[in-house]
Design a protein around this ligand. Structure first.
Ligand SMILES: Nc1nc2c(ncn2[C@@H]2O[C@H](COP(=O)(O)OP(=O)(O)OP(=O)(O)O)[C@@H](O)[C@H]2O)c(=O)[nH]1
Ligand SMILES: [Mg+2]
Length: 368
């Protein structure tokens, strides 16, 4: 027990111990975390609270999947090269953005919570289709209430989360609420998964490799690992890691997704773009495409113009990835390729499978 905790902490702790339902327990723990002392000596305590929290939060997700919860299932069939989720407080302009970017026409209105189910359409960016999904607006408690868990669950497999900020409302408040709800739903945004590897062993207890990277007492970490069922294992760190990082890696329900924050209603106030007037919308398309880490590459047949539409790939992908993406025969029967564009030293450069591609490159395959 921390010596110098505030009375609010003990009150929250009592609330947690007396709680009988999962949401009540979660509320107690969240309050404990808010009021717990925040210094080096309380690191273990905070990590323990977080661990309990993530277990209960995962329970909500599991209950949803079984008959215990209302079991609502929601999958949004992925289409196009990537799926982008628009999330915001109500009225930030998600539906207006879908209207401006895609073929879909969800209702836009100035009353609150207009969109009550996910809306989606395909945005065309220079021949590449990208799916844009509007999730019903997020409010405090969304992660645990009603259809919120089902919506969050559907977001877990997206390629990019976009926070749409309403320039006419307080930005800090919007961001705090959104970050908070995603964290509750076990979606960690804009952070890389800590580089820790855990490998089960037949015997030998718990062993730590790369010790200089472990910024925590080994005893506390060992206890945490044991509580997750690891009794014989090798733990390897590849960067500085804290106890919380270890807890994050042990938490199987936690997913890590990239985040982009955009600002709407620039016609009324501030920076960004306007879904209403269309100002900045072309830049927004490019921003989404770039944030997804996508590139587009054109194929061509000898003696002809490049083909349309282009193939969507990821930055750093090479000829081999392109070949397999088109058809496995292009890989199996590959002899060489010729490349035009930024990724080529000169027009029509002859390259092999390992050659890396750049946005707008044109590739001509020569097969056996
Ligand atoms: N001036 C201005 N108004 C906008 C802009 N974008 C949206 N609006 C207005 O803001 C209100 C809400 O827009 P929606 O697109 O319905 O917002 P939403 O985020 O989908 O709202 P919910 O579905 O309720 O969460 C409407 O009255 C829109 O006309 C913009 O760029 N500029
Ligand atoms: Mg809407």
């Amino acid at each position: 027990m921390p010596i110098n905790a505030k009375p609010e902490f003990f009150k929250a702790e009592k609330q947690y111990h007396e709680a009988s339902t999962i949401p009540e327990k979660i509320a107690g723990l969240e309050e404990m975390l808010k009021t717990a002392p925040n210094h080096k000596g309380s690191e273990n305590l905070r990590a323990q609270i977080k661990q309990k929290l993530s277990k209960l939060r995962s329970q909500i997700e599991k209950n949803r999947q079984t008959s215990k919860g209302r079991g609502k299932h929601l999958t949004i069939k992925k289409e196009g090269a990537a799926q982008v989720i628009l999330a915001s407080v109500t009225n930030a302009g998600k539906s207006s953005i879908i209207n401006a970017l895609t073929n879909a026409k969800p209702t836009v209105a100035d009353y609150k919570y207009t969109t009550v189910k996910p809306e989606f359409g395909i945005m065309d960016y220079k021949g590449v289709g990208i799916q844009i999904v509007e999730m019903p607006a997020i409010f405090e408690g969304y992660a645990y209430k009603g259809d919120g868990p089902a919506y969050f669950s559907a977001m877990r497999s997206a390629e990019l989360i976009v926070f749409v900020i309403d320039n006419t409302q307080d930005e800090k408040e919007q961001l705090a609420l959104l970050y908070d709800e995603f964290e509750k739903a076990q979606i960690r945004l804009n952070a890389a998964k800590p580089k820790i590897k855990i490998k089960k062993q037949g015997q030998g207890g718990i062993e730590f490799l790369g010790k200089k990277y472990f910024k925590f007492p080994v005893r506390a970490a060992t206890k945490m690992l044991q509580s997750h069922g690891y009794h014989n294992a090798v733990i390897t760190a590849y960067e500085k890691v804290t106890l919380e990082d270890l807890a994050d890696v042990l938490n199987e329900s936690l997913v890590f997704l990239p985040l982009l924050i955009i600002h709407n209603k620039s016609d009324l106030k501030g920076k960004g773009f306007s879904a209403k007037t269309g100002e900045g919308i072309e830049d927004l398309k490019k921003l989404l495409f770039d944030s997804l880490g996508l590139i587009k590459v054109f194929t061509k047949t000898p003696g002809k113009e490049k083909d349309w539409p282009p193939v969507a790939l990821h930055k750093g992908d090479n000829i081999k990835v392109l070949a397999i993406t088109i058809h496995k025969d292009f890989y199996l029967k590959f002899r060489y390729a010729r490349v035009w564009g930024k990724g080529a030293k000169h027009d029509g450069q002859k390259v092999g499978l390992e050659h890396s591609l750049e946005d707008d490159d044109i590739v001509e395959f020569h097969l056996k």
